[in-house]
Design a protein around this ligand. Structure first.
Ligand code: ZN
Length: 219
């Protein structure tokens, strides 16, 4: 029997998934986090995710899925590739890791099932999806149906950020009372620099532009 008061949060230690972690803590009685590594350049992510889970007093689990980096080349795991700074007109940026969110949701569902957890929370966003197809709502709904059929369960995948811009995600963190934690303790930067990051990679540009917009509306 699945417990509908409990949630598993896919947590990378970044702005989005950390905001989702605190959203889940507000909305569910029991929360645990799952941090999945996939051979990305910066192992610091795990340490950061663990510290945030400790701060939030929730159980933390790390899963090594490093084999994902051996399946196909992308610039998040291949150190010799130069990272695309924006989406090319005809294809996906080379920061796209094919299948990543499908793998992640599948691992999350198996682990959630083993704990009797019904709810799975992920920080994907269609509004700011950088061209990645596995961040879109239609994919998440389809994956939800597939996982329920695969395990004969009634998982509910929650995507609190699906329709939020980055500025609105900052607003949500503020509403949840964790603006400073998200601003100072998370790692979003593709170059592995905590908080405001390197400032020039695509992830930093999105995060910092959203923060600037949000702070402007506040003042
Ligand atoms: Zn950066």
């Amino acid at each position: 029997m699945q417990n509908n008061q409990s949630a598993l949060v896919l947590h990378s230690g970044g702005q989005d998934s950390t905001t989702c972690l605190f959203w889940a803590i507000k909305n569910f009685k029991e929360v645990r986090t799952l941090c999945i590594t996939y051979g990305q350049r910066h192992s610091l992510e795990v340490e950061i995710a663990q510290k945030i889970a400790q701060k939030a007093s929730v159980p933390f689990q790390v899963l090594d899925a490093g084999f994902i980096s051996t399946l196909a080349d992308n610039s998040l795991t291949n150190h010799t590739m130069i990272m695309d700074q924006e989406k090319p007109a005809d294809t996906y940026p080379n920061t796209f890791v094919p299948g990543r969110n499908l793998f992640f949701l599948t691992f999350a569902a198996v682990i959630a099932r083993s704990h009797g957890i019904q709810n799975i929370v992920t920080g994907v966003s269609q509004a700011d999806y950088s061209g990645y197809p596995d961040c879109r709502d239609t994919f998440i709904r389809s994956a939800n149906t597939t996982l329920n059929l695969a395990m004969d369960e009634q998982f509910i995948i929650h995507t609190p950020l699906m329709w939020l811009s980055k500025a609105e995600t900052w607003a949500l963190a503020d509403e949840l009372g964790v603006f400073d934690i998200v601003k100072n303790n998370t790692l979003t930067c593709y170059n592995g620099i905590i908080a405001e990051g390197c400032g020039h990679c695509p992830a930093c540009k999105l995060r910092n532009e959203g923060l600037r917009q949000y702070e402007e509306t506040k003042n």
